[in-house]
Design a protein around this ligand. Structure first.
Ligand SMILES: Cc1ncc(COP(=O)(O)O)c(C=O)c1O
Length: 411
């Protein structure tokens, strides 16, 4: 099913922030790749738990603590179903996608990576899926290899076979959707090739899980991290990992809740997932993410993906006719909802500032992907990124704003 313009306007009305004006203008929010806006259902779920059922979870034997624990664990079940995780206990609640990726790089990486091993990532990784691996490689004397991207913004998967052939690769970490280029690599092929070579796979789902159906069992990967705050939820992240791997990994953080018993000289770890959730977790945030999952399922992940692809196609068509504007990344089709570009007449920061005067929010900078920008010889780009509350009128406003940039700065 395709979402109609009326459907999208109805969805937008679910987000209270779109009632406000910026500099007297309608808010045109084109920065959802950084963090999405929140629907009333999510805000209400958080207000509800704080107003009616808030207490610390797991430890209390009183009614409020039981209610809060049930709400927290019910949300975990929803999140597990959303990505088709084989078990709810494989869902670890963390602060953000970055923490999930760091957890794997530390807890798994410290035990398994040795001098001379190879870690493969790609040139289009967000720093969250780059720096933890880079630092692990430096600590261990391992090699960090980058799968290149082409001039057209596609991932060069052919480069993977030679890297995998000598048996030194222990892990392949790759994003499912580039937050800069919008590229959607053939992740199933990458995972299959890595597995056949005996390497572990870590998927960065930060830009995929909010925008398309993602089934970790169909992907066949070992770990996947993603951000709740990019999928209509609050500030929380999720790490999914295979039980067998999570079981044999040491904890990442130590303290309360992650233990079964503590003696003065010895500690026995708690069961999954608690072993990886030290201290008081973000209780209301996880409950809010459960509500966000309900909200997205109600719209339909397939519908969101199809709709966003149409919107991106329209955006590419409209941007292509703006004079002196250069778009990064592949053609429309299999492409995510982020469109980055640069203009000959102005620095990205100036473009963003001029657009803001008309209530249009875009991101300007390297979008936490500096090696990718260096690859294209650019210090910074402008990024417009979409979600299910955006429509063609938002794109038209953006294009009008870019013509204004040319008028002001294009002498
Ligand atoms: C592809 C990708 N990976 C990881 C992250 C990091 O997400 P978080 O800020 O939730 O840690 C982002 C955020 O922009 C991203 O786009």
């Amino acid at each position: 099913m395709t979402l109609t313009q009326a459907d999208v306007l109805a969805i937008r009305r679910e987000f209270p922030i779109f009632e406000r004006k910026i500099h007297g203008k309608r808010l045109v929010f084109l920065d959802s790749a950084a963090s999405s806006q929140k629907p009333r259902a999510v805000i209400d779920a958080m207000v509800h738990i704080y107003t009616h059922s808030y207490a610390n979870i797991h430890r209390g034997l009183y009614t409020l603590a039981e209610e809060a624990t049930t709400a927290y664990e019910t949300a975990r079940e929803k999140i597990a179903r959303f990505i088709n995780a084989p078990e709810t206990a494989e869902i670890v609640n963390v602060r953000n996608a970055t923490e999930g990726l760091n957890l794997v790089a530390y807890a798994w990486g410290e035990e398994h990576i040795q001098a001379g091993d190879r870690i493969i990532i790609t040139e289009m990784e967000h720093h969250a899926n780059l720096v933890p691996w880079q630092q692990l490689a430096l600590r261990k004397g391992a090699e960090l290899a980058f799968l290149p991207v082409t001039d057209a913004g596609e991932l060069d998967i052919e480069g993977l076979s030679p890297l995998l052939s000598d048996g030194r690769t222990k892990v392949v970490a790759c994003t499912m959707v580039s937050n800069v280029l919008g590229t959607i690599p053939d992740i199933v092929r990458i995972v299959t090739m890595a597995r056949e070579a005996g390497a572990l796979t870590v998927i960065d789902g930060a830009q995929s899980v909010p925008h398309m159906p993602v089934d970790v069992q169909a992907l066949g990967a070992d770990f996947m991290a993603f951000s709740g705050h990019k999928m209509c939820g609050p500030g929380v992240g999720i790490l999914w990992g295979r039980r067998a791997l999570l079981e044999e990994m040491p904890p990442f953080l130590y303290g309360g809740d992650m233990i079964r018993t503590v003696k003065k000289d010895k500690t026995i770890w708690n069961d999954l997932p608690n072993k990886f959730e030290a201290g008081t977790p973000p209780i209301a945030e996880v409950v809010g993410l459960g509500a966000a999952v309900d909200f997205l399922i109600d719209i339909g992940m397939d519908n969101i993906h199809t709709y966003e692809q149409q919107l991106v196609k329209y955006t590419l068509e409209q941007l292509r006719v703006v004079p002196g504007l250069h778009i990064l990344g592949p053609e429309a089709g299999q492409r995510g909802g982020a469109v980055s570009f640069w203009m000959e007449v102005a620095h990205p920061h100036d473009i963003a500032a001029i657009l803001d005067e008309d209530g249009i929010c875009v991101r300007a900078g390297h979008h936490c992907a500096q090696p990718l920008h260096i690859r294209y010889g650019l210090p910074a780009t402008v990024r417009a990124s979409f979600y299910v509350y955006n429509n063609e009128e938002d794109v038209d406003m953006l294009v009008r704003g870019l013509h204004k940039v040319i008028k002001i700065l294009g002498r």
